[in-house]
Design a protein around this ligand. Structure first.
Ligand SMILES: Nc1cc(-c2ccc3cc[nH]c3c2)n[nH]1
Length: 242
């Protein structure tokens, strides 16, 4: 997969040089490129914004500069344009799974009051998939942090990026559709708190059952909406006790 991220603060995306995503780039599992939007400006002040039509506070990012950038970056084939915005559809694990199947993603990081609405309209009309996505109901100062979140959530789903793909099933919002069970490691006693005996028993069936019970318990308590969304056939009689 190729991912292009365009921003007027490209250094904001430096975190993607680190850890698993950074290693995946070095290993060639992910072709991730960060670009400075101002590289597509033509004036001496490298202007990317202007005042909003209709009045109002702040500035709006110009469609012509974004058009030059996105045209160049999508010239080699079908790309999915992702535009982070607080007014977008909610980005979820299901969204990440869908984006992870794409050949190329282009993230357009807005600043100021956002990007001229004609940019998304233009690329939809040109046949591109365009997703205006929110990472939650709170307002950031730009699209960079949201892009970091979405790129990490997508990249970790790509083959070879995380060591044990089986862990994707049992983690929160994974294939099991539950929040993940509590995890423990050494020492067996810390701060007068003990690790649950079953986890020290070596009885794998009991451990699986205990973990599923804790996941059901946590999900029922914190996210009953996820329980309601579960396919009933995935819950056995024991499960229904939560
Ligand atoms: N979920 C969420 C996205 C954003 C966001 C995304 C892009 C821009 C551009 C200017 N302000 C922005 C805020 N805030 N919250």
């Amino acid at each position: 997969m190729r991912i292009d991220i365009v921003s007027i603060f490209p250094e904001y995306l430096a975190a993607l040089d680190l850890s698993l995503v950074g290693k995946a780039r070095v290993a060639g599992l992910l072709d991730l490129r960060v670009h400075d939007l101002r590289d597509w400006t033509t004036d001496r002040h490298r202007t990317v914004d202007d005042t909003p039509f209709g009045g109002g506070a702040g500035m709006v990012m110009r469609p012509d500069v974004w058009g030059q950038a996105i045209d160049e970056l999508t010239a080699t084939g079908p790309a999915h344009l992702v535009v982070p915005t607080p007014s977008g559809a909610t980005f979820t694990q299901r969204t990440a799974e869908a984006l992870a199947t794409e050949d190329q993603l282009v993230f357009a990081c807005g600043r100021y009051e956002g990007i001229d609405a004609r940019v998304a309209e233009h690329y939809r009309a040109a046949g591109h998939r365009v997703s205006e996505l929110s990472i939650g109901d709170y307002v950031l100062n730009g699209g960079e942090v949201a892009s970091l979140v979405m790129v990490e959530a997508v990249a970790r789903l790509l083959p070879g990026v995380i060591g044990n793909p089986e862990s994707l099933v049992e983690e929160s919002h994974g294939a099991a559709g539950l929040l993940e069970y509590p995890v423990y490691t050494k020492p067996p006693v810390w701060s007068d708190l003990e690790v649950p005996d079953v986890l020290l028993s070596g009885h794998h069936a009991k451990i699986r059952r205990w973990r599923r019970d804790r996941a059901l318990e946590k999900t029922s308590a914190r996210r009953p909406d996820l329980i309601a969304a579960l396919d009933a056939s995935t819950l056995d009689k024991h499960d229904r006790a939560f």
